[in-house]
Design a protein around this ligand. Structure first.
Ligand SMILES: Nc1ncnc2c1ncn2[C@@H]1O[C@H](COP(=O)(O)OP(=O)(O)OP(=O)(O)O)[C@@H](O)[C@H]1O
Ligand SMILES: [Mg+2]
Length: 465
């Protein structure tokens, strides 16, 4: 057992000895001092758990010792002892942070009770501190930034939702941090030692998605040359994150509903029923109520997913978070790139706060990366930020490294479309949903185009951070 260090200060030797005797216990290591200065030296390393001091002493008195000791270690409980107790001195001592106050002469039991209470108090303080630290660390580990009212609310919801196995629906525009929410819920849940399996429902065609989720038997379809375990089975005991669940088709939605209700499913091409213990998190950057109203998303599945919902506000509605986020990304990219930039000026931050951030935090991360990589100075200034931010529609047309003349030079239509789409994507800070909406095409169609251009080697992977 780690012993609690107790320091006793009294100029009266007889008093000291009787206290030492009263406090002979296996859990205590008690040291007596005849003067306050020596006791203070002993307490200086912060290892003491409790200080008991006489009030009236030659040299430094009890009240001064109390103040000095509190300065060294604000959490050190101090018990004052005096033979000349008055209400005023007691009040004065308590005001200056004494934990307790006892009058001489006292019985051995009295001192014991006071000592136990003080040590218990100290222990709770330490425990409290530890728990708070642990909680903070969880968030820090996820590098989840945000002090705005809105983000504090989100963190609160995460903390509440994490311990259960309830389904959580995470909503928010593209780039607001939905994946980070999913990660922190899993990391704070009792399932944290088991896998968090992510499935991007928008990235796969309907057929592929089904076998990806539930697995398939050998020969289930052309190309299924062996049995494959699905993501639900991989996530057994853990969590599955159905990213962009709004992009699933109605057939698959029916199967998801069954998993939610019965925890059961079949591999593609098999009639054997499999069950898995999986917690489901789902996200959407689309208004699912609208999809339900349009008949594109099953209402019953929506209700099942929406048991607990966490809503991430767009960055433009929590601008107070921008400086912290900007510095966070600055630091991260500076370290990754070994770049010169160490800070960002107040004017530059103001410009960032003035921007609308259609691509939300992801767009801010991209802008900061550009600033850090391209910057030569230690401080990122307003002029650089001005250059890095898109400005209105004129910029959209001019963006593909060409003026209007270039845009209208006769050339293959596909090339024109590519330049225009990439410019639009850049304009929206890489936010695909926004870009697709503005171009009035589906996200899937946008993705297919990007993929095609990427494979043809005419576009760099855009839109994902
Ligand atoms: N509060 C935050 N603190 C730190 N980084 C953040 C925060 N929010 C988002 N990010 C970062 O911004 C990027 C986008 O976040 P994330 O992928 O979680 O967004 P999303 O909502 O899932 O977007 P999408 O809908 O496009 O998938 C990531 O690099 C993420 O780490
Ligand atoms: Mg995401």
């Amino acid at each position: 057992m780690a012993k609690n260090k107790v320091i006793i200060v009294d100029d009266d030797e007889f008093m000291r000895d009787s206290l030492l005797e009263a406090l002979v216990r296996p859990d205590l290591q008690v040291t007596g001092f005849g003067d306050a200065a020596a006791a203070l030296d002993a307490a200086a390393d912060g290892s003491a758990s409790l200080l008991l001091t006489d009030m009236r002493m030659p040299g430094m008195d009890g009240m001064r010792l109390l103040e000095e000791a509190k300065r060294l270690d604000p959490k050190l409980p101090v018990i004052m002892m005096t033979a000349f107790a008055t209400v005023e001195t007691a009040v004065r001592a308590m005001k200056r942070g004494a934990f307790d106050y006892i009058m001489k002469p006292f019985k051995a039991e009295e001192i014991e009770v006071a000592v136990n209470r003080a040590l218990e108090h100290r222990r709770l303080l330490a425990e409290n501190e530890y728990l708070k630290d642990e909680l903070d660390k969880k968030f820090r580990a996820a590098d989840f930034i945000g002090k705005s009212q809105a983000m504090r609310a989100v963190f609160g919801q995460i903390r509440q939702a994490a311990p259960s196995s309830a389904t959580v629906f995470i909503r928010g525009e593209s780039g607001t941090g939905k994946e980070l929410v999913a990660r922190s819920i899993h990391a704070q849940s009792p399932r944290r030692a088991k896998p968090l399996v992510k499935v991007n429902c928008a990235a796969l065609s309907a057929g592929v998605l089904e076998s990806e989720l539930f697995g398939h038997e050998k020969g289930a379809f052309t190309g299924a040359d062996r049995r494959r375990i699905g993501r639900f089975e991989m996530a057994d005991g853990g969590t599955i994150f159905l990213d962009e669940v709004s992009e699933t088709d109605l057939n698959l939605q029916g199967k998801l509903l069954r998993v939610l209700q019965e925890k059961e499913f079949e591999r593609v091409g098999s009639s054997e029923t499999i069950s898995a213990d999986v917690r489901i998190l789902a996200s959407s950057n689309r208004d699912l109520e609208k999809s339900v109203a349009a008949g594109e998303f099953r209402q019953d599945l929506f209700y099942r997913l929406n048991v607990i919902s966490v809503e991430l506000p767009p960055l433009r509605e929590r601008k107070s978070d921008i400086p912290d986020l900007a510095r966070h990304f600055l630091e991260r990219f500076r370290r990754e790139e070994g770049a010169a930039a160490r800070d960002i000026s107040a004017e530059a931050l103001e410009l960032l706060a003035g921007h609308d951030w259609p691509g939300n935090v992801r767009e801010l991360a991209n802008v900061m990366e550009r600033l850090v990589v391209l910057g030569r100075d230690e401080i990122i200034g307003a002029a650089q930020v001005e250059n890095a931010l898109p400005k209105g529609a004129g910029r959209l047309i001019a963006a593909p490294a060409a003026g209007a003349g270039e845009l209208f030079r006769p050339r293959p239509l596909d090339e024109v479309e590519r330049d225009f789409v990439l410019a639009a994507l850049a304009y929206f800070g890489g936010a695909r949903a926004k870009t697709a909406e503005a171009l009035d095409i589906s996200e899937r169609s946008l993705r297919d185009r990007l993929k095609r251009w990427q494979e043809a080697g005419t576009a760099s992977p855009a839109g994902e951070a």
